[in-house]
Design a protein around this ligand. Structure first.
Ligand code: PEP
Ligand code: MN
Length: 363
């Protein structure tokens, strides 16, 4: 990755991806002056990072853990900004944090997932930045609620903030086993569809919660056309005071970014566009056929509904439902469709059938 291009990207387009994603990196938490200095110096030396991050105040899920070094850490970040020439960002969760961060020339403020969920807290931060045109990044709320995420962004727009971006860090779920925070990519994609002009950053560190999946998730963000990545990096990850399992050394970070497959902006190339359009037309046709077929399927479901009504039968026939699911799984496997997808698809179709039959029963 070319450092020069990336620097220009950041300056001319507020966090917009042109050729290479913007990279924000730094420790989960600022712990000591030496830790911040050594980590940030090493990160800057990779030449792969555009913005330095560190948590100064840490909203922790449970009490009794490290809650951040506080104001004391701000001069360390300012020093790293001066020394490396890179902009710096910290998390703010209340008005006092904003005032302190601005006093120490922090360039960008970010709102954490545990704050985005609370409209009062977001509004308090918004009031604190009213009239100060500081760039703001808003992480998704911990629960998968698109309106809450968009609403937080709107609160900053209403106080006149012009440079706003979103960070996708995944959604917590007590049954989740693979990720620390399930990505639910579709929610970020829906966000991008609603607000295409806003930059979207992927935070693989908090999505994964571990190191081994980090690169794959970062790559997925790049493949989905995210504008940038926020990745936690620490001089000594195993001994980090917070999020030790997911942090990587600056060296590993540099190697990871270098080895990522970048998707250059070939979208504007006419030949590429033509082939893509051709394939998309096929997709459009198939989608149309699928919808027509679903319509036919529902028409038959309604007929069955009438029949069940006449014969006083219940809508749900569990044996029949199991038979449909089992058959679909076998067919799905033969067509390279995952078990999870087949089950979601069939459930959605079945739900619609039940609704339609219910209308018949009631009508
Ligand atoms: C962080 O970035 O260190 C952090 C606390 O993240 P999140 O708000 O996504 O949990
Ligand atoms: Mn963290």
């Amino acid at each position: 990755m070319e450092t020069k291009t990336k620097q220009a990207t950041f300056k001319t387009n507020w966090l917009r991806k042109t050729e290479v994603p913007v990279v924000i990196a730094g420790p989960c938490s600022a712990e000591s002056e030496e830790q911040v200095f050594e980590t940030c110096r090493k990160i800057a030396a990779t030449g792969k990072v555009d913005i330095l991050r560190a948590g100064i105040w840490k909203p922790r899920t449970r009490p009794g853990t490290f809650e951040g070094i506080g104001i004391k850490g701000l001069p360390w970040m300012r020093q790293m900004k001066i020394e490396t020439g890179l902009p710096v960002t910290v998390e703010v969760a209340k008005a006092g944090h904003v005032e302190a961060a601005l006093e120490f020339d922090i360039d960008i403020l970010w709102v954490g997932a545990r704050t985005t969920v609370n409209p009062f807290a977001v509004q308090e931060i918004a009031e604190a930045v009213r009239g100060v045109n500081v760039p703001i990044l808003v992480k998704n709320p911990i629960n998968p609620d698109l309106a809450l995420w968009l609403g937080a962004i709107e609160r900053f727009e209403r106080v006149g903030i012009e440079k706003i971006g979103a960070i996708h860090r995944g959604f917590s779920n007590s049954t989740e086993k693979i990720y620390r925070n399930r990505p639910q990519w579709q929610m970020a994609i829906d966000f991008m569809a609603k607000r295409p002009e806003l930059p979207m950053i992927c935070d693989p560190s908090h999505i994964c919660g571990n190191r081994h999946m980090l690169k794959a998730v970062a790559q997925k963000g790049v493949d989905l056309n995210y504008d940038g990545l926020m990745i936690e990096s620490h001089r000594d990850p195993d001994n980090a005071w917070s999020d030790a399992k997911q942090q990587i050394t600056p060296q590993v970070l540099g190697e990871m970014i270098t080895s990522m497959k970048l998707r250059y902006g070939l979208e504007d190339d006419p030949t590429v566009q033509q082939s893509l359009n051709f394939m998309r037309q096929e997709i459009n046709q198939i989608d149309e056929d699928l919808i027509n077929l679903l319509g036919e399927r529902m028409a038959i479901a309604r007929q069955i509904g009438e029949y069940k009504k006449q014969n006083n039968m219940t809508i749900l026939q569990p044996k029949r439902w199991k038979e449909i699911l089992d058959k679909a799984q076998i067919k799905g496997e033969a067509n390279r469709l995952s078990e999870d997808f087949m089950s979601k698809l069939l459930r959605a179709i079945h739900d619609e059938s039940i609704d339609q039959q219910e209308n018949i029963m009631e009508g």
